[in-house]
Design a protein around this ligand. Sequence first.
Ligand code: ARG
Length: 295
Amino acid sequence: MSTQNETIDQTAAAAVPERIAQHRRYLMCRPEHFTVSYRINPWMEPTTPTDTAKAVAQWQELYDTYVSLGHEVELIDPVPGLPDMVYTANGGFIIDGRALGVRFRMPERSGEERPFMDWFAANGFEVIEPVEVQEGEGDFLLVGDTILAGTGFRSVGDSHRELADVFEREVISLRLVDPRFYHLDTAITVLDPVEGAGAAPRAGIAYLPSAFDAESQRVLAERYPDAIHVSDEDGAVFGLNAASDGRHVFMTPRATGFAAQLRERGYVPVPVDLSELLLGGGGIKCCTLELRGGR
Ligand code: ARG
């Protein structure tokens, strides 16, 4: 796949690594019942009108974009009365065909827990019922063999221990401090989940330093010295709520500085505008749950 952004300039091309797209399988939920009827994050304002048809059309563009770049997208049926179900990243966390369900902090979303676990079971995943409060891939991100886990607003610290027990992997706890960035996936983008593979320098992750407490910033800086640090402006438009296949980075068109940082490193920004879904406090990554393994 070649786009205008990737062409020409030989000198620049020599320095920029060639990024390889990896096949992805995602779970999405059409926002047929989308609205903002309660407020559980600072983005949500129930008195602001929402346009469900527009939400569906924008969501469809994301779906079509994934499919056009060769990814597979599975769908879970939306449930009336659960307007946040479109944010499937919060439906679970899946590695090697094993799906850890979620336990939402807010009662407004607890009705989603069972439908997601039922979907995983019906689609061949081994389902693990969670004990501690956590909101799935909204707060847990797989980078190589390591899981980065957020706390501070939604998922509790004890869920990180449970996560490590269930998946037998290293879990690094990170504390979020800015209420606008209440889930980890609003403050970190995993660009390339394969750590250290190949000769090309890999950024691995991009993040918004100011979303984290001092200790978490220290841990991230030490662990990911090549990471992209995203500006507060790009963070504030949910620039980091992006999905990547290792080459294409599906992201909001509003985060122009982040897009330039990505291009410098050989990634290809693919803009998709989900402005209507942002009224619920979610963006591209929130609408995307990665299905790893399972068949
Ligand atoms: N309204 C939803 C909530 O506050 C938005 C969830 C966004 N999801 C995410 N993965 N960041 O729970």
